[in-house]
Structure formats: structure tokens, C-alpha cells
Design a protein around this ligand. Structure first.
Ligand SMILES: NC(=O)c1ccc[n+]([C@@H]2O[C@H](COP(=O)([O-])OP(=O)(O)OC[C@H]3O[C@@H](n4cnc5c(N)ncnc54)[C@H](O)[C@@H]3O)[C@@H](O)[C@H]2O)c1
Length: 259
């Protein structure tokens, strides 16, 4: 989080007494969301397929481990989701908030995408949302409260600016799963919503200077989104005060797509 337009976590929403699981939280958006919820007084389980990255974030939040823990969670694995739920229940009693953030993009030329690569991208970006919502809907329903936020993409709404077919299709599926589970859980105290971001600062590390300039030229407000901005919107949807959002997809694209 070294970009000049990073907004620091400020804990605008209260998460006192809430326990949150964030996937892909060892870096980028997931890390920023973990910092935001922790700044609001919540307990955070910082999970990632890269345990060392998750440990670094959790340790920086609370070296004692009382309010922030690190977990290994590969979102392709149903077993990892179950183990994460059990670890949080053992530590803090229940899971109140899940942010399905982990995602992966590949820019393989269309004719070179293998069936295996297609499946991998779908597993990380879409099947993960199903596994997580399926598992935590039962857990949260039992407790009569829950907030699930799925980080999807502009690519899943209109194909995006540079997205590949498997990425765009998997994110579109994640948006539809958000709507499905929102209705499935409506009235139970559990809400499910999505955010559809356009280009985020975290992507700059993967782009050339020319590509960055091109994207900045395409976005009507002329810049990438700061991770602090998406963390703040995620905090709203994940907070008690976000209870009337049901199956919504928040557009955060700097004006690239208006509907
Ligand atoms: N960066 C962008 O411009 C952009 C735009 C639209 C949507 N998004 C979405 O926002 C989310 C966060 O993106 P980011 O830019 O912070 O990504 P990032 O690459 O900076 O961080 C992703 C994190 O997810 C972890 N991860 C990767 N595969 C995983 C797996 N199988 N299981 C668990 N963790 C895994 C990585 O280790 C990493 O810590 C993703 O879902 C991404 O698709 C990003």
C-alpha cells in the first residue's frame, strides 16, 4: 500500500463485537479491507493462499493475535473454508462478516486459453463465492446476523477494459451468485452484496507505463481507484448500517460504466 492516493483506514464504521473473515487479505484490496474493519474495532481473520503475507498483515494489526489472526485459505478449497470457519469459531465464537475478495486475472490471448486455465480462473473467482456463500449462509442464519460482500469487477458487468473471457465470465457469475444468495437469505438478518470495481491502484504493478496512461485516459475521472476507497465502500456494506442493501452491486468505476 505505497501508492500516493492510498487513503488510510479510519474506522468510520463500527465493527465492535463483530468477527470478520477476509479472503486474499495478504495484499491489495483485501489487506485494506482488513485494516478498515480492524480500525472500526472488529476482529479480523486475515486469510490468504499465501500464509506469510497474511501473517505479516495480521501481525502489523495486532502482534498479540487477540484481535487479528492469520489463516491459510485457498478459495478453491471447500475444506479450507470449513477450516477457516472452525478456527474463527474457536477463537471468537462465530463469523459475522465475510468478504470474498480473493481473485485472479490472466491475460492469455483468447486462442491460447486451455480448458484447464479456464477452470482455474472460474474456481478462484466464481466457484469460491459459491462455496463461501453456501457455507456461511447456514452459519450466519443460525446466528440471525451476517454480512457477505463479494468483490467482483466491472469486467463482470460490461466486459471491462482489458479483461479476458474467463475473468469476465467468472466475475459475471459472482455478481449473479450475489443476487441468488441475497434472495436466499433475505429476512434472515444476513445480507449479501457485491462491489464491481473498475481499475484499482493495485493493478498498476502489473501494467506498463503506457498501459497505465491508457487506462487513466479512459477513466472519466482520470485515475485508478485507491484501495482505501473500495475498503470504505466494503465497510459500509459489511456494517450494521448497511442492512438495507440486498443483492446490490455497487458500481465503483470512475464513470467508465453508467447504468
Ligand atoms: N486490481 C484491479 O484493477 C481490479 C479491478 C476489478 C476487480 N478486482 C478484483 O478485486 C479483488 C482484489 O484485487 P487486488 O488487485 O487487491 O489483487 P492482488 O493481486 O493485489 O491481491 C490478491 C490477493 O489474493 C490472493 N490470492 C490469489 N489467489 C488466491 C487463492 N486461490 N486463494 C486465496 N487467496 C488468493 C493473493 O495471494 C493476494 O494476496 C480481486 O477479486 C480482483 O479480481 C481488481
Amino acid at each position: 500500500m505505497t501508492d500516493t492516493f492510498t487513503l488510510p483506514a479510519n474506522g468510520s464504521f463500527s465493527f465492535a463485537g463483530r468477527n470478520a473473515l477476509i479472503t486474499g487479505a495478504g495484499a491489495g484490496v483485501g489487506e485494506a479491507v482488513a485494516r478498515e474493519i480492524h480500525a472500526g474495532g472488529g476482529h479480523v481473520a486475515v486469510s490468504d493462499v499465501n500464509l506469510e503475507a497474511a501473517q505479516a498483515v495480521a501481525h502489523s494489526l495486532d502482534p498479540s493475535g487477540a484481535t487479528a489472526i492469520a489463516l491459510t485459505l485457498d478459495v478453491r478449497s471447500k475444506q479450507d473454508f470449513i477450516a477457516a470457519r472452525d478456527a474463527i469459531v474457536a477463537q471468537w465464537g462465530r463469523v459475522d462478516i465475510v468478504v470474498n475478495n480473493a481473485g485472479h486475472a490472466k491475460r492469455t490471448p483468447t486462442q491460447d486459453i486451455t480448458p484447464e486455465e479456464f477452470d482455474e480462473i472460474v474456481q478462484i473467482n466464481m466457484r469460491s463465492v459459491f462455496l463461501s456463500c453456501q457455507l456461511f449462509s447456514e452459519h450466519m442464519r443460525e446466528h440471525g446476523y451476517g454480512r457477505i460482500v463479494n468483490i467482483t469487477s466491472l469486467a463482470g458487468q460490461n466486459g471491462g477494459t482489458v479483461a479476458s473471457p474467463h475473468y469476465a465470465a467468472s466475475k459475471a457469475g459472482a455478481i449473479m451468485l450475489t443476487k441468488y444468495f441475497a434472495r436466499y437469505l433475505a429476512g434472515s438478518g444476513v445480507t449479501v452484496n457485491a462491489i464491481a470495481p473498475g481499475p484499482i491502484d493495485t493493478a498498476k504493478a502489473r501494467l506498463s507505463a503506457e498501459q497505465i496512461a491508457r487506462v487513466e485516459g479512459e477513466v472519466p475521472i482520470g485515475r485508478f481507484m485507491a484501495v482505501g476507497e473500495i475498503a470504505a465502500a466494503t465497510a459500509l456494506l459489511a456494517s450494521d448500517r448497511g442492512g438495507f442493501f440486498v443483492g446490490a452491486t455497487l458500481d465503483m468505476n470512475g464513470g467508465l460504466y453508467l447504468r
